[in-house]
Design a protein around this ligand. Structure first.
Ligand SMILES: [Zn+2]
Length: 107
């Protein structure tokens, strides 16, 4: 799979999570079940975490939430480990540029 495609898949999962966060906020929830933001379009893993932590991750356009082991070492590195999930940073140039361009919080 090419890098652009992987970046677009991850950005799509991020959009899904933005909607999950919005609806959780509407219901005054502190935690929510997010989807894994890895590059596998068929991944159905869920990540349960606080909205506060989710917002922290979203503060960086190149940071994504995923299940440990789902990271793709060609395009991203783990920057935080939290037991059942990890936070990765996209370092690959094309991928980082694409996820920045598609960042729903900066448009
Ligand atoms: Zn995954």
């Amino acid at each position: 799979m090419d890098k652009l495609k992987r970046a677009q898949t991850e950005a799509l999962f991020r959009d899904v999570n933005e909607r999950i966060a919005e609806s959780a906020e509407r219901f005054d929830a502190d935690v929510a079940e997010f989807v894994c933001e890895c590059a596998d379009p068929n991944c159905t893993h869920r990540i349960r975490t606080s909205l506060e932590h989710y917002d922290e991750v979203r503060g960086e356009a190149t940071h994504f939430l995923l299940i440990p082991g789902h990271e793709d070492p060609e395009i991203e590195r783990v920057v935080e480990r939290h037991g059942r999930h990890a936070v990765v940073e996209k370092f690959e140039r094309i991928v980082a540029r694409t996820v920045r361009r598609l960042d729903p919080r900066t448009v």
